[in-house]
Design a binder for this molecule. Structure first.
Ligand SMILES: *Cc1c(COP(=O)(O)O)cnc(C)c1O
Length: 374
């Protein structure tokens, strides 16, 4: 019997001008962040998401860190964000001495429940962080309305939503500062990388400065503020630019993959599949998630182990912030409960969803999912 093919949870697709642009870097000697692909990537990226400025940085987490710092969030400030998200969203809020305030998720879209935000507002609330997850955007409009009414800043983590629209406008277009990741499982990748986008000239300037150690133009090695070295290299920007040229293909491909999984897995007992659409967006299926009903008596960990035995790579859903040992040890979120986020964590995981996944592999994954969970 032929050995069973293992299907990894993610494999990127590098099928365009990546090699050509990388060769240009090497032939020209421009490999650092000073090279021309960085500014070209920033210009093209800004145009693509219809923003005035894009600032390339080393990764999506760094983009969030710099965005939080650029808004001047510090001690005494509260920032509202979803409980169900990646740790990247909360790190700088905590390091800056501010207080993270969590909201639960919606069971259907898996995104933050925007109706739960208003009850969390206090006189100390400074900002709301929107995080678009897995395929559908957050319902942005009510959040922008609430933020405007209360004079709050909006941060938007659009790492998973490059190329997706909310009511016809690009995701990444809604925050005072919005951030992206170029990690290997994102729609556009340079292996590692990230971007911050904004329409605000002063915030853009602050982010550029924070990215570059807050060197000053006149007195270079005299610093008025602590920054980081978050500079993306020309090599990475070259790859990212080639990828960005093919973003429309990537999005179309993700949607076809999602539709194929949906067709093949329809009727899977005791499982919730991704919502294909809401009234404000069609899912882009960044990844294809499955949430098992609790009544089934099998949790995500067990399902993932059995799928691994069948040669299917998977990844668990996020562990909510209020359950993170590192945050609880700091006395945060002690008696707080977010039942939907907890359910998603216990019962949710995602299937192979990388852009290099073939139709034949999707068919194989679906067959093995039915074998394990059918
Ligand atoms: C990937 C991701 C990040 C982190 O990006 P890195 O480039 O891996 O640091 C942040 N937020 C969300 C929602 C992500 O999916």
């Amino acid at each position: 019997m032929a050995p069973r093919e293992f299907i990894p949870v993610n494999a990127p697709l590098l099928g365009g001008n990546e090699k050509k642009y990388l060769a240009e870097c090497i032939d020209s000697g421009w490999i650092s962040s000073e090279g021309p692909f960085v500014s070209e990537l920033e210009a093209r990226f800004a145009a693509r998401v219809k923003r005035r400025h894009a600032i390339a940085v080393t990764n999506g987490t760094a983009a969030l860190d710099a965005a939080v710092e650029a808004l001047g969030i510090g001690p005494g400030d509260e920032v509202i964000l979803p409980a169900f998200t990646i740790i990247s969203c909360i790190g700088q809020i905590i390091r800056a001495g501010a207080t993270p305030v969590l909201v639960d998720s919606e069971p259907e879209t898996w995104n933050m429940d925007v109706r739960a935000i208003e009850a969390k507002l206090t006189s100390r609330t400074r900002a709301i962080m929107l995080v678009h997850l897995y395929g559908l955007p957050v319902d942005v409009a009510p959040v922008l309305e609430l933020a405007a009414r209360h004079g709050l800043r909006v941060l938007e983590d659009a790492a998973e939503m490059l190329g997706q629209d909310y009511r016809g406008r690009p995701c990444g277009g809604f925050g005072d500062l919005s951030t992206f990741s170029l990690y290997a499982n994102k729609h556009v990748t340079s292996g590692e990388g990230g971007l911050i986008v904004t329409d605000d000239d002063r915030l853009a300037e602050t982010c550029r400065s924070l990215r570059n150690l807050c060197f000053q133009p006149e007195r270079r090695f005299v610093h008025e503020r602590l920054g980081w070295n978050l500079r993306l290299t020309n090599l990475q920007a070259a790859v990212a630019l080639a990828q960005l040229e093919r973003l429309d293909d990537a999005i179309a491909r993700k949607r076809r993959m999602g539709a194929r999984y949906a067709r093949l897995l329809r009727g899977l007992p005791g499982a919730r599949l991704p919502l294909p659409a809401t009234d404000y967006a069609d899912s882009v299926y960044w990844v294809y998630g499955i949430v098992l009903d609790e009544g089934r008596g099998i949790d995500a960990t067990t399902a993932m182990r059995r799928l691994a035995e069948e040669g299917v790579g998977t990844r668990p859903f996020f562990c909510p912030m209020h359950l993170q040992p590192v945050l609880r040890r700091r006395g945060l979120f002690a008696s707080e409960r977010y039942p939907v986020a907890e359910h998603l964590y216990q019962q949710g995981f995602y299937l192979p969803s990388g852009l290099a996944l073939t139709d034949a592999q999707i068919d194989l994954v679906a067959e093995r999912v039915w074998k394990v969970l059918g």
